[in-house]
Design a binder for this molecule. Structure first.
Ligand code: TNX
Length: 484
């Protein structure tokens, strides 16, 4: 069965390699980044098979069966994510110019094995890996998933499950929406009440929560080990009530706002004309930049309905400069494109035409069109969770669309990539999260990774065959949505 996302070249052949040969996983060169991919593969395969699957450097004799992981040609560009995978009855060879490609070869290999491979306990097998050749690489450099941890807080272990899932479908960005009206979720040492006060609340009045800096750093490292870059977002100048409740001086009138647990948008604004606001932003961005090895900091900028336009534009330009001064590229929701953007700034389309203005001034665009990839939208009228302001998003809507023609005026050259978004107004548990992601996230991942040209009937068959894997992983998913 063709993996998800569909590879560029997929050529099945006769025969299979059987894992019961208990192969070694060999690495060439024996460098830490390659060994890490081999260990990741061994850790995925050992629980269900019960095999030893030792990881060792490749040797010249190579007569025993092996799953060989090799950097070939060595010295490829570090951001090259392509790979080749060859399976014969005699063994498995994965080759890639950089470790990311080897990691994706491993993710493909998992999907070639029977679904029982995802079990946490030993299973009878057999474990045939069908023979064939795959040559693969991504269409877009930015393949993202946004998780809103502000409306409801998700504990670090839950976020790790989401990272696992994103990486399984070859996504490479986890955008964490860390602050909003309902909650502030990241410890900032120089402004401790952001987390201590602003972290106490959540939509609907639940307990809230926040990540300590150590927990955040651990998430970043966990993601990096899966070739996922964390993109932290502090939403400004609107969507800021949690900060405005924690620090009175951030309000235009100097009065702290009461905490907010509803789900309306567009009523809050940081004080644009107070210098303290920019000291606050400098401190927050500074601490986040130091904790975040990735190139990007997301500054929000959406739905600033309580900020006058001219003030908004002045604010965004200043915040963008602060981000750049810390050596990072700014990402913002597409509203930021109403002003002149720095050359490196990225605009994220969700529901308006502002992304067209971004492309017109040469900025890169990430597509998160709400009617396609807002995975917090209900699948259909019968879906218990989710919102519906952008309509229903059945699996086909998430899968069957073409980025390069989606927004007239934003063509392929302007596109950095595609990002699914999961807002959490109605989601409180990991089961809620995966129920909204599955089965739609794999469809978005195919849009972001695979070459143009969708085949809905083929995809829905692959998806249906894929679902037993989520059962084996113990993940909740919306089975009804597999029908259509
Ligand atoms: C719009 S998308 C928002 C969010 C909500 C979301 C709910 C965007 C940039 N703003 O504040 O959570 O709709 O679907």
């Amino acid at each position: 069965m063709t993996p998800i996302p569909r590879p560029l070249v997929f050529q099945p052949a006769a025969g299979a390699f059987d894992l019961s040969a208990d192969p070694a996983i060999t690495v060439s060169p024996a460098a830490p980044a390659v060994a890490a991919v081999a260990d990741f593969l061994a850790e995925r395969l050992r629980p269900a098979t019960g095999y030893a699957l030792p990881v060792r450097p490749a040797t010249a004799e190579a007569d025993s069966p092996a799953i060989a992981l090799a950097l070939t040609p060595a010295g490829g560009a570090p951001d090259d994510e392509s790979y080749r995978l060859d399976v014969t009855a005699a063994g498995v060879r994965a080759g890639a110019p950089a470790p990311a490609g080897l990691f994706y070869a491993v993710q493909t290999l998992r999907q070639l094995l029977p679904p029982a491979i995802e079990s946490a306990t030993p299973q009878p097998g057999p474990w045939p890996l069908p023979a064939g050749h795959i040559s693969d690489g991504p269409r877009f450099a930015w393949r993202g998933l946004m998780l809103d941890v502000a409306r409801h807080f998700f504990a670090p272990d839950d976020v790790k499950r989401v990272i696992d899932l994103a990486a399984a479908y070859k996504l490479n960005r986890l955008h964490l929406h860390l602050s909003d009206d309902q909650g502030w979720r990241i410890e900032i040492a120089s402004w401790p009440d952001l987390a201590r006060v602003g972290g106490q609340t959540a939509a609907g009045g639940g307990p809230g929560g926040f990540y300590t800096q150590a927990q955040y750093a651990d998430l970043v490292a966990y993601a990096a080990a899966r070739h996922v870059t964390v993109v932290p977002e502090i939403d400004m100048p609107g969507h800021s009530n949690a900060a405005l409740a924690a620090y009175p001086e951030l309000n235009a009138d100097g009065q702290a706002r009461p905490p907010y647990t509803g789900i309306e948008v567009g009523f809050s604004s940081l004080a644009i004309d107070r210098e303290i606001t920019y000291r606050f932003i400098e401190d927050v961005i500074g601490e986040l930049a130091a904790l975040t090895p990735g190139d990007y900091l997301h500054i929000g900028g959406d739905e600033a309905l309580a900020t006058a336009r001219e003030e908004y534009l002045r604010f965004i330009a200043r915040v963008e400069a602060i981000v750049n001064a810390h050596g990072k590229r700014a990402v913002g929701w597409e509203e930021i494109a109403q002003g002149r953007l720095a050359a490196t700034t990225i605009a994220q389309h969700w529901a308006s035409g502002h992304a067209v203005a971004a492309a017109a001034q040469g900025a890169k665009v990430i597509l998160s069109p709400a009617p396609r990839v807002y995975l917090d939208m209900k699948y259909d009228a019968a879906t218990p969770l989710g919102l519906q302001w952008a309509g229903f998003v059945p699996v086909r809507a998430a899968y069957d669309w073409e980025p390069a023609t989606h927004l007239p005026g934003v063509d392929e050259a302007a596109l950095l990539g595609v990002e699914a978004a999961l807002w959490s107004e109605t989601l409180t548990t990991l089961d809620d999260v995966t129920t909204m992601l599955l089965p739609r996230l794999p469809g978005v991942a195919e849009v972001a990774w695979s070459a143009p040209g969708r085949d809905w009937d083929d995809f829905r068959r692959r998806l249906a065959a894929h679902a037993p894997r989520w059962e084996r992983m113990g993940l909740a998913f919306r089975r009804e949505a597999l029908e259509g």
